[in-house]
Write a protein that binds this ligand. Structure first.
Ligand code: HEC
Length: 154
């Protein structure tokens, strides 16, 4: 099929699209960035809590462990980008030292991502001991970061 739509029209439509879409990522307000990263955190707590509910409480279905594990793993992979924007104003418990040394913060995020990957593997193995251990290790990775980078509740 050859150039059915005149180039002029294509250019016009493209310019409309560029006007309505941010070209270089979405520009974030601080409030949106804070809300987003807190939502990512709450999602992690939700999936981790659900897994503990299945393993310890006998709730839900064991067959859903895998979906929770993978969802948690996806979310831990988002921590780094969720905190990229240095935002200290607003409703946040994040400590400013996150952005004093972002590489060190990223290392904590990477450790959490590794721990959640460990849960995915343990669930795949079906070994209950391994699953329990992996969940415990995850809890420690979450706490390690909170201890250093999250302010205590006031
Ligand atoms: C690399 C650091 C880091 C890791 C890893 C981390 N967190 Fe967080 N988390 C934070 C920081 C910082 C905040 C405070 C964010 C804010 O208030 O802006 C937070 C906030 C939270 C909150 C409160 C959200 C709200 O309502 O404001 C929950 C719940 C939470 N984290 C759960 C978890 C769980 C569960 C894990 C592990 C699966 C985890 N976090 C791993 C740094 C981390």
């Amino acid at each position: 099929m050859k150039n059915v739509v005149p180039t002029r029209i294509v250019a016009f439509i493209t310019s409309l699209m560029l006007m309505s879409l941010p070209v270089v990522g979405f520009s974030q307000s601080d409030a949106a960035a804070i809300k987003y990263r807190r939502a990512v955190m709450k999602g992690q707590a939700g999936h981790l809590g659900a897994m503990f509910g299945i393993v310890k409480g006998g709730a839900g279905r064991a067959s859903d462990l895998s979906a929770h594990a993978r969802a948690l793993h996806e979310l831990t992979g988002m921590i780094e980008s969720a905190f990229k924007q240095d935002t200290m104003g607003g409703k946040t418990r994040a400590k400013s030292k996150i952005w004093d040394d972002y590489e060190a913060f990223k290392a904590k995020a990477a450790a959490a991502d590794k721990a959640s990957g460990g849960i995915v593997q343990a669930v795949q193995s079906g070994d209950q001991d391994a699953i329990g251990k992996a969940l415990g290790a995850m809890g420690k990775a979450c706490k390690a970061c909170h201890k250093k980078y999250r302010k205590k509740k006031q």
